[in-house]
Design a protein around this ligand. Structure first.
Ligand code: TXA
Ligand code: MG
Length: 345
């Protein structure tokens, strides 16, 4: 049955794309690095079974060696091949949400080299839904998988298009597979089975309530992640643009914008509600309205932050997202982007 699925996925690609996928698989088998599209963000992939190739990823991203990489697989049944002691609840989530934007943290087995997991006893597995990623994993075969973090330099905004990957990593990688703009736009939801009760280590488009509904059991949202588990996305400062970024409620945002504009600073105010720039407002203030729907907002967020970061504003002021579970992943990324933002005090 799974085989039929692959055949269908592959035939969705043009012959040009299929040729590119085959070239990419050859580069990966020879120990090279390839950026590829997923439905969340673009990943920077290397053959998980080749420690020297995996080391290249850390070097290219300038990522500390103790921050583990997610391993991308092309079939649910491959979970067995890389992980062990897989709890029933993990199978349930995999069966329900894969292929899709969900990463499962499971006990790893001997096939995963140490440098993939930063020496930890667990491995993050994900079966991505993008047809190009599926075709690439299929071309690599069942005994290989792709160790792949997001294809950006450490601490920066994740790329959601092939052009973003090029901006981030340029010619430091061997190939970029172009699969268009990413459908989801935010990194996958990460669920850890390290402890008895499953924990969400990173919120994403698959929400806590959707996971609880499938498991029919409560799931913990990890606010204070155990420091011994080094989830780089769990560092307070992450996903950051270089323009200083602040979060304010729709009541506070305009007074702050006006105060900055008085000092001749160029301010971009990014809103989602129907709040409007005050009439007496200043030429130094511009407004951009994001969608009021979290799915549409999440899809655009990184591309917009990247675009505005290049527009030479002195400040980006962002309207705080609604305090609603469906906005959790967006609130999480915005908080991290504003945390150590330049001039934040
Ligand atoms: O949507 C995604 O997950 C994208 C696409 C490319 O699949 N990947 C991604 O990878 O966001 P990365 O490396 O940028 O973020 C993965 C996060 C990191 O914060 C990493 O520390 C954490 O997952 N992680 C990976 N393995 C882990 C493990 N064994 N235990 C705890 N955290 C882990
Ligand atoms: Mg990342």
């Amino acid at each position: 049955m799974e085989q039929t699925k692959y055949t269908r996925i592959q035939s969705d690609l043009s012959s040009v794309q299929l040729n590119q996928v085959i070239t990419a698989a050859q580069i990966l088998c020879a120990g090279g690095t390839v950026a590829f599209p997923t439905e969340t963000v673009y990943g920077l992939g290397a053959d998980v079974t080749n420690p020297a190739a995996v080391d290249k990823i850390y070097k290219i991203k300038q990522r500390p060696a103790d921050h583990p990489l997610i391993v991308h697989i092309g079939n649910i049944s491959h979970m067995h091949y890389w992980a062990q002691a897989i709890p029933e609840s993990a199978w349930k989530l995999a069966n329900h949400f894969w292929p899709g934007p969900l990463t499962l943290i499971l006990p790893r087995n001997h096939r995963i080299p140490d440098n993939v997991t930063g020496g930890q006893a667990t491995v993050g597995l994900r079966f991505p839904a993008h047809p190009v990623a599926s075709a690439l994993l299929s071309a690599l075969g069942p005994e290989k998988a792709l160790a792949a973090p997001s294809a950006n330099r450490f601490g920066r905004i994740s790329p959601t298009s092939a052009a973003h990957v090029y901006q981030e990593l340029g010619n430091t990688i061997d190939m970029i597979l172009d699969g268009g703009a990413c459908e989801v736009g935010l990194e996958s939801t990460i669920v850890s089975f390290h402890d008895k009760t499953p924990q969400i280590l990173r919120p994403g488009s698959i929400t806590l309530s959707a996971i609880e509904a499938v498991l029919n059991n409560p799931v913990i949202l990890a606010h204070n992640i155990n420091q011994s588990i080094r989830t780089s996305g769990s560092l307070p400062a992450h996903y950051a643009p270089t323009t200083p970024l602040r979060l304010y409620s729709n009541i506070q945002i305009w007074p702050h914008a006006l105060a900055l504009a008085k000092e001749n600073l160029r301010v971009l105010v990014i809103t989602w509600s129907n709040t409007h720039k005050p009439k007496f407002s200043d030429q130094f203030i511009e407004q951009f309205s994001m969608p009021a729907d979290p799915v549409a907002y999440g899809k655009q967020l990184y591309a917009k932050l990247r675009q505005f970061d290049q527009a030479e504003f002195d400040y980006m002021l962002i309207e705080s997202p609604p305090d609603h579970p469906n906005w959790l992943a967006i609130a999480d990324r915005l908080q991290r982007a504003s945390y150590h933002s330049p001039n934040n005090n």
